[in-house]
Design a protein around this ligand. Structure first.
Ligand code: CP3
Length: 341
């Protein structure tokens, strides 16, 4: 575990300073981001390495977080597979859904160097700018979470299209997930080759499944991805949203860090997992609408519950909300850094 440079700090005894970064560090809550977005639509921003690099670096300077996360989106690798992807204000992502055998069979594999060259290029630029002072996290959606967007055509409340596919045509769901596994492996390996120093895999929608379906349609593909990664010295953070009922299934999962949302008690998760994995999380993003004192108090409760042993990366339980005051995000980072056991 301690062989990984980024995770190492949180395993040192005594913990010198808990590492903290925030999900969606660069986003609509930052005026500097809004200024750039006023001139550039979101997808163009993702596809222009110089701009993606500039936006990635904002939170390092403004918030003082301990890791940079690549500015991009989990839906980027779906486009070269043959799915159209658009981001619409107030609606979110809109995709051309793939729901039948013909359209699933037609999905292509990707060659990241040719299909999404702007991603490795942005990583190389960011690494140069960071000069080794702050580690850079690359990322991907999990095969299952990407499948939900591909099949639903966007975000959903009921997820009846993806669930309908799992229950009525599990063979087709397997075929789709198999293709997504190949895409995620080559996408993440290209990020690692370009210089990503840790990888986060977002399973935002894994928690909509019961244990049996989760094991088959989310965990199995994830295990395949992990086997395919060239990652001797690159730790993997697996973020599972709304997955309290699934934690018992994660015991043997070969990742270095488990990221959890705010619904779970971090102390209990720690106990359930023992000392085999570090834990990342898990402040409710909405706490950032409270006063700096209340933010600090709730951050301390999480650090108390995570315990004095090393192996905790402080984070929000999900992405930072668009109207969050930046000064409150700064207050959170300061509260984590000034915490003493
Ligand atoms: O943390 C970072 O700053 C890194 C960049 C990043 C974005 N999206 C930027 C973004 C990361 C890591 C993501 C991951 C992502 N994207 C996930 C997994 C994490 C999670 O939030 O559960 C998911 C599910 C997506 C898909 C997606 N992208 C949605 C649902 C939306 C709309 C969100 C909304 O509130 O409307 C996006 C758009 C998006 N991705 C924005 C940003 C900064 C907002 C775009 C804008 O309007 O400027």
């Amino acid at each position: 575990m301690t062989a990984y440079p980024f995770i190492e700090a949180c395993w040192r005894r005594p913990v010198p300073r808990r590492p903290v970064w925030i999900m969606r560090q660069a986003g609509r809550y930052m005026p500097q981001y809004q200024e750039i977005r006023g001139r550039t639509d979101f997808l163009t921003l993702c596809k222009t390495p110089e701009l993606a690099a500039q936006v990635t670096l904002l939170p390092i300077e403004i918030l003082g977080v301990d890791a940079a996360i690549l500015f991009s989106d989990i839906l980027i690798p779906l486009e070269p597979m043959g799915i159209s992807v658009a981001f619409e204000d107030k609606i979110g992502p809109v995709l051309s859904p793939v729901r039948d055998e013909k359209s699933i069979r037609a999905l292509r594999g990707i060659e990241p160097g040719e299909d999404v060259p702007f991603v490795p290029e942005a990583i190389r630029l960011i690494r140069r700018e960071l000069e080794g002072k702050t580690p850079l996290i690359g990322f991907s959606g999990s095969p299952f979470t990407l499948a939900t967007y591909a099949v639903e055509g966007g975000t959903s409340k009921s997820f009846h299209n993806i669930k309908g596919l799992l229950y009525s045509r599990p063979d087709l769901a397997d075929m789709l997930l198999e293709k997504l596994c190949g895409v995620v492996v080559s996408y993440l390996n290209s990020q690692i080759r370009a210089g990503a120093q840790a990888i986060q895999i977002f399973d935002t929608w894994g928690g909509i499944l019961s244990g049996e379906e989760y094991a088959r349609f989310s965990l199995n593909p994830l295990r395949k991805v992990l086997k395919g990664l060239d990652r001797d010295s690159v730790p993997v953070i697996y973020y599972l949203n709304d997955g309290a009922h699934l934690v018992p299934l994660l015991d043997s999962l070969e990742v270095e860090v488990l990221g959890i949302d705010w619904r779970q008690d971090i102390g209990q998760v720690r106990q359930a997992l023992g000392r085999k994995k570090a834990i990342q999380g898990n402040l409710d993003p909405a706490v950032l609408f409270a006063s700096p004192d209340e933010i600090a108090r709730r951050a301390r409760l999480i650090m108390d519950a995570a315990g004095p042993e090393p192996g905790h990366i402080f984070n929000l339980g999900h992405g930072i909300l668009p109207t969050t005051p930046v000064r409150n995000a700064i207050a959170l980072v300061e509260a984590v850094h000034s915490y003493r056991e």
